[in-house]
Design a protein around this ligand. Structure first.
Ligand code: NAD
Ligand code: ZN
Length: 242
């Protein structure tokens, strides 16, 4: 499943960048947005994960996030997450760029992480932007209010919003500078994250995709592994170390 050329590239790489998406957490039991199991009360994520929806019906959007947080509290990193954390230890220059908001890469032990879309476990005020440190209980059904009176929202990037300051710049730099780039478990259609594999390619990186399904990255990838990341990544990691 792992071609020799990839093992060779892993051995000589000096700088590695990895882009992950919801597929990496699928084997932990976190539903992806696209594909099966993505529907909640018949709403599509696009209908809930945006600022207008929150202002129109804060309670509904809050309830959806509380539901997703409850799921995330119950799940653990899978062998794919752990293999990525072992890979980071092997390289001096390793950047993990994730579109996931579940924090599972941190739990698995990765350190140099760029969270492009925020983190679902954090919250902030929509008025004064201060981070809301009080623990949000899963049972808290109502949207909490900040001391300033503003509504508290999850600290994630909603459709149509800007990415956190500096995040895409750091990710783009990692894509430019790496000699080995992985695109794993992402449908690679949400911009600007979807532009990163192309940036890496233009700058001469070797591109590897891991996904059971083809995506727009497939066309530019040097190696495509049509496999679940929880299966493929531990094999790759073992090939490197043994
Ligand atoms: P996506 O839902 O658009 O696509 C998931 C991709 O993963 C698909 O291409 C699918 O073929 C692939 N996949 C499914 N199972 C896999 C497996 N076991 N191993 C490898 N690949 C697998 O996800 P996206 O590209 O990340 O974009 C969705 C957006 O939704 C992101 O912006 C993200 O912030 C958000 N989101 C996050 C989470 C999370 O944090 N876990 C979950 C759902 C959605
Ligand atoms: Zn406030």
């Amino acid at each position: 499943m792992i071609p020799d050329i990839l093992v060779e590239k892993l051995q000589i790489a000096r700088s590695v960048a990895v882009l992950t998406g919801a597929g990496v957490s699928a084997e932990s039991g976190v539903a992806t947005f696209r594909g099966e199991g993505g529907l909640w009360k018949k709403f599509r994520p696009e209908e809930l994960a945006n600022f207008d929806a929150f202002i129109r019906n804060p309670g509904l959007v809050w309830e959806w996030y509380q539901f997703r947080r409850k799921l995330i509290h119950e799940v653990k990193p899978n062998p794919g997450h752990f293999a990525l954390s072992k890979l980071e230890k092997h390289y001096n220059n390793f950047t993990l760029i994730t579109q996931n908001v579940d924090g599972l890469h941190q739990t698995a032990g990765n350190i140099n992480i760029v969270e492009l879309h925020g983190n679902i476990l954090r919250n902030r005020c929509i008025e004064c932007n201060s981070m809301f440190s009080k623990r949000i209980l899963e049972e808290d059904k109502k949207v909490p209010l900040c001391d300033c009176g503003g509504l508290i929202r999850p600290d994630v990037v909603w459709f149509g919003e800007m990415l956190p300051h500096g995040a895409i710049e750091k990710a783009a730099r990692a894509a430019e500078e790496c000699d080995l780039f992985f695109s794993i478990g992402t449908s690679a259609i949400v911009y600007p994250a979807a532009s990163l594999p192309g940036i890496a390619k233009q700058n001469g990186a070797f591109i590897v995709e891991i996904n059971p399904e083809p995506t727009p990255v497939t066309d530019i990838a040097d190696v495509v592994i049509y496999e679940k990341s929880g299966v493929a990544l531990p094999i790759i990691e073992k090939k490197l170390f043994h």
